[in-house]
Design a protein. Sequence first.
Length: 565
Amino acid sequence: MDQFTERLIQRGSPFELQDAVIKGAPCKIFSRGPQTLQDVFIKAASFKENEFVVADENRLTFSMMIDRAKKLAISLKEDHYIKKGERVALLMDNCSEWVSAFMGIYFAGAVAVTLHAESQKEAILQALNKTEPSLIITDQINLKKLENCDVPYTTIVLSDRKQFSEIKEVASYQKEKRNLFYFEISETPNDKPLKVPKPDADDEALISFTSGTTGTPKGVVFSHRNITTGLMNMMLGGSIMSCRLPKKEYKKPANSSNTQPCSLMLSPLSYIGGYSQIMLMSYLGGKIVLLNEWDANRASLQIEKEKIKSLSGASVSMIRELLRIEGASNKLATLTNVNVHGTALKRDFLKEINDKIPWITIGTGYGMTETCGGISSLSGDEVITRTGWTGPILPSVDVKVTDDKGNEKEKNNPGEVCIKGAMVMREYASDPDKTKAVLNNGWLKTGDFGYLDTEGNLYITDRLKDLIICENKKISARELENMASDQAMVKEVVAIGVPSSEKCEKIIVIIQTNNRQQIDRNNLKQYLSSRIEINPVNIKIIFVDFLPHTASGKVNRAELRLQVL
């Protein structure tokens, strides 16, 4: 551990760590941080008239949002008899109402189940069957996705004044089937006192679904301690990176300063990257700007107008579009950092950023939904110079690498990466078999293939599911993708293995090129085969116009595999 990190976690600091035992598993906890989500949102109330959420023309302060959340919480408790610990599902697109409903659920002492509004109806019904909420909060657009659901629930439809009568008409046909209520969520004063039931740190707090890039999405159950540890990890990781990065020398455009943290939200609020930003800005007094549909010109105008500092959920292609708009240097002047996860960062991409906006810090890292986000992060030149490195592991996290039987492997020997810490999930909802398969004595089997070097640095080489067995060799799909990405004309690439014989899988490399540029298929095949020492006959190159992505921005490998097969 370096001196910067030791200073950040020393006794008396905001990130002070203490040893604890949670459900029989030793771990480290942030003794001076928030212990429950209620603590996070109670702190949010202290920022009062600071702007909190900007959505289209709506500008909501912390006070306005807290008032909305408390009004809803009173209705949940008094009108719908929601008790402490009951589950309340949230099915809405990104909007200010989503944020107030999310906060209101916790002011009522309930547990939020965040459902992805972009999911197909079948996936939403499966999620409801797994989590069995007592009540669902939705909107006009998503109400129809709840037809034919077997789970008994009450539905609240949130609306503003303009939509209220319209929703009544659209939803009235369901009144015979189900208890259906309407709630106008606005700043109408509510003088009723709200007695907030206090949860324990290890009570159930949130159920969030994975993106499902490699299969069916899983419902991840978190405790309050899991979530708040993830929040503290996010802040600690940011502090560590700011200490480690060399100071850049550049001339920044005028009028680029902004004292309030401000994030442009590009990912769904229902994902870990979405609701974690709500918690972060609630705790820091920051501002969230919502942008439902991607448009580079509109995004750049918002960045300039709102003095946005960070982008949440931005893909490489989104950032490239921003860099190439007219007057990018001035319009993006307030941006200070962008984190890109789930994809390799190419040298030409980082060079383009450095040429256009040299003051920005591009970061990546390692983590998953089951760990409440990142457990390590890195940025700057190290993203390129140390291929596969995940960055410094946070001091609140333990990591080991094991073989197929669960035995810990020596340093520099690859195996499955396992993680332990207070941020690791409790279980998968209604799936004890899957839970048992990945959790053991506090250790989470990540499904990722990697190794620890002699200094304890973690390197990830691939997902275990994505390792390709060809000619009796284990071929890393990620390494293949990185090799193909070195070609300047490649925009995005995915490598998968498909059954060919008992001892060999066919390697399929699927490529989306920049502006449909032509790449010599045979030359690329020869290049890849020589690098991995595989007969080129076992490699197939496919060019596509686009690759399928999940709402979180990751390539949907499960869907892509079905298309190829």
